[in-house]
Write a new protein. Structure first.
Length: 78
């Protein structure tokens, strides 16, 4: 595994861990999938210092949207 993949795994795991406390009903693999997608979307940016914060924000937004859709009874797309 390359250093970049190791960095990604560590960031994804840490962010998913923080989000699991906020979204306890969401399975860990789902959290990690969303966080991984957010990471991939931002990883090519020039400034990488804030990537974990931006990833967490994006993932939290998506999870809130999924939660509100589930609560309304409307199906959501993954």
């Amino acid at each position: 595994m390359s250093e970049t993949e190791t960095d990604k795994d560590a960031i994804v795991s840490a962010v998913a861990g923080r989000l699991s406390a906020r979204f306890p009903t969401v399975p860990r693999p789902r959290l990690e999938g969303i966080v991984g997608e957010e990471y991939d979307a931002l990883a090519e940016g020039r400034i990488t210092t804030y990537i974990p914060t931006l990833i967490e924000h994006g993932a939290r937004t998506r999870l809130r949207q999924e939660s509100s859709v589930k609560a309304s009874g409307r199906p959501f797309q993954t």
